[in-house]
Structures are given as structure tokens and as C-alpha cells.
Design a protein around this ligand. Sequence first.
Ligand code: PLP
Length: 356
Amino acid sequence: MDIKLEKTTNPKEKPDEKNLGFGNYMTDHMFLINYDGDKGGWNNPRIVPYAPLEIEPNAVALHYAQETFEGLKAYRTEDGKIQLFRPDMNATRMINSNRRLCMPEMPEDMFIEAIKEVVKVDKDWVPSEKDTSLYIRPFMFTNEGMLGLHVSDHFLFAIILSPVGAYYENGIDPVDIIVEENYVRAVEGGTGFTKCGGNYAASALAQKEAEEKGFTQVLWLDGKERKYVEEVGSMNIMFVINGEVYTAPTEGTVLPGVTRDSIIHILKDWGIPVHEEKIAIEDLMEYGKTGELEEIFGTGTAAVVSPVKSLTYKDEKITVNDGKIGELTQKLYDELTGIQWGKKEDKYNWTVDIEE
Ligand SMILES: *Cc1c(COP(=O)(O)O)cnc(C)c1O
């Protein structure tokens, strides 16, 4: 790719690395590339100053939500290097998302090259405080202006970057979760397995109502029988029952998380049985009452591993591990973050260096 570089003449002041939060600050530059059917596909790759985009009011994405995105991070290691974590998984997932949403598929090598190049330009934005990283948000949408419902031929792919802090400001904090009974996130044949903005728009009301009731997240049940657990807001979820780990299979309605896949690898490596199978919420509540449900944790790029303190379903509430982070949850968090920040040996070959 021949990427044109236009550097900012007005660099921003960097935020305090101790108070980054999540997604509050954007770096100086962004990557853009167009896809136009009538221009032979991908064209005009460029890194330009971060700025508002121009978009036609009748752009298809604004009306019919033809949009997909990804999320990954760049980590600064103790010796000052910058590394990515399994970016090939994000490339593949975006290809699958785009195929489902009738959008062009960006080849994996192009996706990774674009990420590396824009991170290199903004390398001084990769923070080095403990638990901080540079969040990378690739996204793509139809910028073609037309109100008719046709398959579009004009797209913009972009990558923006945001330095982010530790997800939990005061150390890992177990969360309260409510099982959603009224709304569904995904159905078989739908877009549940894709990372598309529409999925989030459809989930927002459930999230809002849960927050109003004092819960951090909702746990989604399957859309058909409302019987089996699927995932939480922006994380996959795992249950430790009698020393074995259970999580929903990724068969179309559940987002195939990179963190989920990594955790499954590590667990299997440790000799802990992992079951990717349907789990009925009624059974789970029973295991909660008998104490056989030992730990619950969510997995996702933002929080890595997120312990769950309690589960509320039909006005019944079970508390897990006395509301404290479980031993296995903590161990997984330490292992995975250890690999990501280069403190532990990367025996799975998951990290990718960004050469400066
Ligand atoms: C992004 C996302 C996840 C987690 O995926 P990771 O690749 O681990 O970050 C889980 N569920 C949903 C709905 C998501 O959008």
C-alpha cells in the first residue's frame, strides 16, 4: 500500500496518563482509505490529521446502518517496544462482518499494515503508565449518497486511535449483572456474530434500563427460547462450575471474541476443561444456589477479564464467590495481561511488534 502522509501542523497536548479513562481522547492522526467500485476498489490510502469527516446527509450508513467496526489495542512493553495482540483475528472478524453486511472485505495484510502505519505515526501517543494502552478502532461505512435501497458501491474505511487507561480505576471491581427478559440482541440468521453498529443501537435500551435498576450490564439470552445464556453487553461470558469452564458456542448469535478465544486456549493449556455449549439460565441459577457456580467473568478487549459479582434473574439474585474476584479469574487476568504487556512469555506467538 502506498500510503500518503499528511502530518498535523497543530499537534495536541497529550492527556495525563494517570487519568485517561476509556475513549475520551483521540490522537493527532487517522488512517483513511476509500473503496469505490467504479475506481477498481480500494483507493487513496492516507494518514491525515484527525478531523471531522465530510459526509452526505443522504449517505446510506446514516439511514440504513451499513457500518462495521473492530476494536484492539497497542501495548507498550517495559523495554519501550509497541506490540499488537492477535490483529489477524480482528482482520478476519471484520471480513466476516463485512460479508454479512454486504460490504467489501479488506485483505488481512492490508488491515494489519494500515494499523501498524497509523500507530507508528502516533507512536508517542502509546502510553506507558501501568495498565494503559492505545485503543485502535478500525471502522467502515457506506458513504454513498442515495436514499433508495440498493447495494452500495462506495465506502470509507478509517482507523482512529485513543489512549486509554486501566478499565477499572480502583483495581478490578466485580460487577452486578441482570438477565435480560424483554429484549433480545441476536437471532439465528441475524447479525449477532458481526461487530456492527446496528447491534449496539438495538441493545442500548436494555442497557439503559439495566443501569437505571443499578446493574452494570445485561446478560443476553438466546432470542428464540429465551432460555440459554449468550453474552453480556460488549463481552463474552464464562462460568466456572465445579472447576470446569462453560461458555456459549459462537454459532451465529454470539460475537466471537478474541479475548474469549485466547482465554479458552490458556485454560486448555492449563488442563482445565472448557465446554463451549448451551447453558440454560435455570440451571445456572440452581448452580448458583448450591454454590457449585464458583466464578463468573466476562472477556473482552477493553476490560480483558471482568469478574461478575451477582446475577439477577426474575427477581432472584445469586451472589458468586461472596462478591469477590475468583482465583481462576485473577489468574487468567494476570496471564493474559502479562502476555499483552510483554511481561510474560508469549508462547502462543500472539503478539506482533510494531517496528519503528
Ligand atoms: C467486541 C465484542 C466482544 C469482545 O470481543 P473481543 O474481541 O474479545 O474484544 C464481545 N461481545 C460483543 C457484542 C462485542 O461487540
